[in-house]
Design a protein around this ligand. Structure first.
Ligand SMILES: *Cc1c(COP(=O)(O)O)cnc(C)c1O
Length: 426
């Protein structure tokens, strides 16, 4: 499979180059030249989760990783399950938080780390990964890459804007993982990383790449669980709590592979540039606003460019596949409380936004259908907002362990020249 840039469809690169570069030189995003019709060759009902993952990824990887190696990568990526749990007669939660850092980002980060480890092992130069995080990406990436030979990871996170547990997960790894605590917002972190990628000096002196949801190797494994869900329900409507829109784009890939998915709801917090875009047909990025679902506090979601490419820049086409609504923190907390009172299930704030999206969909289209909400994080990662509602949250062992470790972070300003000096002086 070859990959092109959303800014230049004519120049193509291999899977390896798309993964290792992260972002094309022209600052577009890599896209596969074709979305393979995997559904014509495989029925999710006959396959294990790992077999689904292998069948999908082999099309995107082509012959660049040997089949047995790819099978190993898939089975060590999918070392935990994605169960579906009923909330009521219309809403199911697809729990994607049973991995080591308790968020769906473990799927993408684990696959990417193993693929990059494989490619780096065939070369002698060292690789440095820069990743901006609004919380969950950094911890999943840190965990995925910890102790990976030949790769250093530098994580940029916004000071005072991630939860205590998230910060511990980001900053306590040590070894080949460095955390930078940036005096700014997530968007500032992301723009430092973007500037580094177009900086000729930096690129000339070291081998850098990204691990944000812009990396195509993050998106591919995120399509696996959409397809796996079709074992339980046909023709699914998915509600996807969305920030940078990588998860939603992966769902669109799964549908384009021919799998029996009905439609998508892009559920956002008050960072509502996407629902506004679908309504006004004009994309207007704006600075992000802090919310309790902080992993979705994104004011200029990168993957919109992939969605535009898939739908030929036609908002009317997007509107046929994706509905989108935004919700305030107040509505989010009310939904969390309501679901806990009515069935005892504890949503996290992101899942609660997804739940609200499911409710809006059912209200608009009648309440007979079923909506599957992606449960993107375990509630213990956002314990403060949930315990404020007098709901006590069980703490998984992974979290207890990390809370006892010491924070190791380097303070960083949001000025690019300071960041660059730091990187070059390492
Ligand atoms: C990252 C994240 C999201 C948003 O996912 P995108 O792919 O950026 O849209 C939602 N929920 C949680 C818990 C996350 O960590």
């Amino acid at each position: 499979m070859l990959y092109y840039s959303t800014n230049n469809t004519l120049e193509t690169v291999s899977f390896k180059e798309a993964v290792m570069r992260g972002m094309p030189r022209d600052q577009g995003l890599y896209m596969p030249t074709e979305i393979p019709r995997v559904a014509d060759r495989c029925n999710p009902k006959d396959l294990t989760f790992q077999e689904i993952g292998y069948n999908i990824s082999k099309e995107f990887v082509g012959n660049e990783i040997a089949p047995n190696k790819l099978k190993d990568i898939i089975s060590s990526t999918l070392s935990f399950d994605a169960p579906m749990v009923s909330i009521d007669k219309n809403v199911e939660m697809l729990e994607l938080f049973h991995g080591p850092t308790l968020a769906f980002k473990d799927f993408g980060a684990r696959f990417m780390a193993r693929v990059m480890e494989h490619f780096v092992s065939t070369e002698d130069s060292k690789l440095t990964i820069l990743v901006a995080t609004s919380g969950d990406t950094g911890s999943a990436v840190a965990n995925g890459f910890l102790d990976v030979e030949g790769i250093d990871v530098i994580i940029l996170y916004p000071k005072n804007k991630v939860s205590n547990i998230q910060e511990k997960q980001l900053t306590t790894n040590g070894k080949n993982i460095t955390a930078l605590e940036v005096d700014g917002s997530f968007d500032d972190c992301q723009s430092l990383v973007k500037s580094a990628f177009v900086d000729r000096d930096l690129r000339g002196s070291m081998n850098i790449t990204s691990a944000n949801s812009i990396n195509i190797s993050r998106l591919i494994p995120q399509s696996f669980y959409y397809v796996n869900s079709l074992k339980y329900i046909d023709n699914i409507v998915f509600s996807v709590p969305s920030g940078n829109f990588g998860n939603l784009t992966a769902g669109i890939f799964a549908k384009a592979m021919g799998f029996n998915i009905s439609r998508f709801v892009a559920s956002t917090n008050i960072n509502d540039v996407f629902p506004k875009y679908l309504k006004n047909k004009i994309f207007t990025p704006k600075p992000s606003v802090e919310t309790i679902s902080n992993a979705m506090d994104v004011g200029n979601p990168s993957n919109i460019r992939r969605l535009n490419t898939i739908f030929s820049n036609s908002v009317s086409q997007i509107n046929q596949e994706i509905l989108s609504w935004s919700y305030s923190d107040k509505q989010t907390l009310e939904a969390l409380k309501f679901v806990h009172e009515s069935c005892g299930y504890i949503l996290d704030p992101h899942g609660a936004v997804g739940y609200l999206g499911a409710r809006s969909y059912l209200k608009k289209f009648g309440s007979d259908g079923k909506v599957v909400v992606l449960g993107t994080a375990h509630p213990s990662k956002f314990i403060d907002s949930i315990e404020a509602l007098d709901i006590s949250v069980p703490i998984p062992d992974q979290v207890k362990e990390v809370l006892n470790k010491k924070k190791l972070a380097v303070s960083m300003s949001k000025t690019y020249s300071n960041f660059k000096d730091y990187i070059l002086s390492r």
